[in-house]
Design a protein around this ligand. Structure first.
Ligand SMILES: [Zn+2]
Ligand SMILES: [Zn+2]
Length: 414
């Protein structure tokens, strides 16, 4: 499978970029690392404009590498894989006794009402400056109540054609938490790059608390007990989200599911066994949904502030603030709220699209940031085109694999 996606808007120095592409070559994913820790393929670049298994069919196909998000790469990112157990977790145990959620069937509609506060404890947000998590992700947002009102078909039907998945909310969990798609505002694998709390959740700029992947705080008792997982939420097309386990309790991966990340078979639906399409969470990318199998009421995609879906009250009246993750033209184009001047850590310093230097320069800067060195140092090591990665790695005193992996990550963050 190809890890790199085609480039749009290739800037200056295309020869340089192409040289890097050729030299970087494929990197294969493995199931576990040397210590038996789960190793997952990195989803960066796995965005498709058509339904494609293992990909996210994203409505937004252009992303800014300067969009808000994690500020640095950590050692849990290894080549084109990542190791969840090595990623820092946002500390804290904040309880939300005022959380509210109701799901009612009213005629042929299912109505979800919630305030988007979680049923479970959350981490401390904004991410505490003293935490290890802060070294990699300075998410400055607090969790804030949202008025969520979703009117979904009670018995959804498979549509003629799958449709793309927006940024922002794509579904809602029975724990009172929004479900977002697999990517962050940069179009990169959000669970791999962004630092979340122990429930795999965090707030975006309007304070909407959300998951990008399976949360251990979702209540699935049936799956781990050897049966098909419980229902854990609803997608905006009305189909259910179930946990990690399929029939006979077998843990599923994206390869077991269709391009939209679901399948059809009898499941418990409104109290009875019913053969119906449904999505599953999996541990691997795209984690929750690849595309919508049913039709989505356009009003759910249009209404509310970016990233909030229906009924949002917060953020719409704050033009120019720039969503941390959301849909529409403003998406990700502005620095994250409250983020101070970048201090040379992590990804600081690279040029955005249209900025001086173009695509090649941007990749170089990002790769340098990932390696914790300056872009100048990396440029000198690589030398004039065509780039010589082996020589560059020797000069930098790192392995060629590490350099290649850094280049991969830099290129994938298109
Ligand atoms: Zn997020
Ligand atoms: Zn199933």
């Amino acid at each position: 499978m190809s890890f790199l996606r085609p480039y749009r808007g290739l800037g200056a120095a295309p020869g340089f970029v192409l040289g890097l592409l050729l030299l970087a070559g494929p990197v294969l994913a493995h199931g576990t690392d040397d210590h038996g820790r789960q190793k997952l393929p990195l989803g960066d670049g796995r965005i498709s404009e058509t339904p494609k298994a293992g990909y996210l069919m994203s409505c937004q196909t252009r992303f800014s590498p300067n969009a808000p998000g994690a500020s640095a790469y950590g050692d849990w990112l290894q080549g084109d894989t990542w190791i969840p157990a090595l990623k820092p977790v946002v500390p804290g145990q904040v309880e939300w006794p005022d959380w509210r959620l109701s799901v009612t069937v009213e005629g042929d509609r299912r109505v979800v009402r919630a305030n988007n506060l979680p049923k479970h404890a959350s981490g401390d947000f904004p991410i505490p400056r003293s935490s290890e998590a802060f070294r990699y992700d300075r998410n400055p947002n607090s969790i804030r109540r949202q008025d969520v009102l979703l009117t979904l078909p009670a018995v959804p039907q498979v549509a003629g054609m799958p449709t793309c998945v927006p940024m922002g909310m794509v579904g809602f969990a029975l724990t009172g938490v929004a479900i977002y798609n697999a990517v962050d505002a940069r179009g990169e694998d959000a669970p791999a790059h962004e630092i979340q709390d122990a429930c795999n959740a965090h707030p975006q700029q309007q304070g909407q608390y959300h998951y990008h992947n399976y949360s251990p705080c979702l209540t699935d008792t049936a799956g781990p007990a050897g049966g098909h997982s419980n229902l854990v939420g609803y997608a905006l097309d009305g189909f259910g989200f179930y946990g990690l386990h399929g029939e006979d309790g077998r843990k599923l991966s994206s390869a077991d599911l269709d391009a939209c990340h679901g399948h059809s078979h009898p499941v418990l639906w409104d109290g009875q066994m019913r053969a119906i399409y449904h999505y599953h969470f999996t541990e691997d990318y795209p984690y929750s949904i690849g595309c919508f199998r049913g039709s989505v009421d356009p009003a759910l995609l249009r209404r509310g502030p970016p990233g909030m879906g229906a009924g949002g009250r917060d953020g719409m009246g704050r033009p120019g603030m720039g969503p941390r993750e959301g849909m529409g033209p403003r998406e990700g184009m502005e620095p994250r709220e409250g983020m101070g001047p970048r201090d040379g850590m992590g990804r600081a310093g690279f040029q955005g699209p249209g900025g001086p230097g173009g695509r090649g320069e941007e990749i170089l800067s990002r790769a340098a940031a990932g390696l914790g060195i300056s872009a100048d140092t990396l440029r000198r090591a690589i030398g004039p085109p065509p780039p010589d990665l082996a020589a560059a790695a020797r000069q930098l005193g790192i392995s060629e694999d590490s350099l290649r992996a850094a280049m991969h990550r830099a290129m994938a963050g298109n």
